[in-house]
Design a protein around this ligand. Structure first.
Ligand SMILES: [Zn+2]
Length: 151
């Protein structure tokens, strides 16, 4: 839609509008321009799809939270050694960095798979959503037990 069309549609809508300015709350009474007379806010009528949490979002949350788990543990290993005045144990930090890169790549792939993920069956979506919610816990345990069993 062209800018001129948006402006014309907004003015047409505003010609019948009575209500508060979305920014300052000033009571607008059939405004004749697309600026609030009180605060100057540009008024624009748009159609927006309301946000809907999907299994894709839940799994994305899981990946991002898992990334946070890696950063947290790598930072802890790093800070603890520096605090003690001991040399950095790269054998502890490197697996964290490897998983960090792996999960970051997973986020890129998952971002690209959005359309595919939204067309899956309801059972698959349910599984993916649930997996997203437990993913950070799974990553934490993988990293934690890897550390415990190798040190
Ligand atoms: Zn206003």
């Amino acid at each position: 839609m062209e800018h001129a069309d948006k402006n014309r549609n907004t003015l047409s809508f505003l010609a019948h509008f009575e209500g508060p300015c979305p920014r300052c709350g000033f009571k607008l009474h059939h405004p004749t321009s697309n600026n609030c007379p009180e605060c100057g806010f540009i008024l624009l009528v748009t159609l927006k799809k309301p946000f809907q949490c999907t299994s894709w979002h839940l799994f994305l949350f899981g990946l991002i939270a898992s990334l946070g788990v890696c950063i947290d543990q790598a930072g802890l290993f790093f800070a603890a050694r520096v605090y003690q005045g001991s040399p950095i144990m790269w054998a502890w930090v490197l697996p964290e960095l490897f998983f960090f890169v792996l999960i970051a790549a997973g986020i890129v792939l998952w971002w690209k798979a959005r359309k595919w993920a939204n067309e899956l069956s309801n059972n698959s979506k349910l599984f993916i959503g649930a997996a997203g919610l437990v993913l950070p816990i799974i990553w934490f345990n993988i990293i934690f037990w890897l550390f415990v069993l190798t040190s």
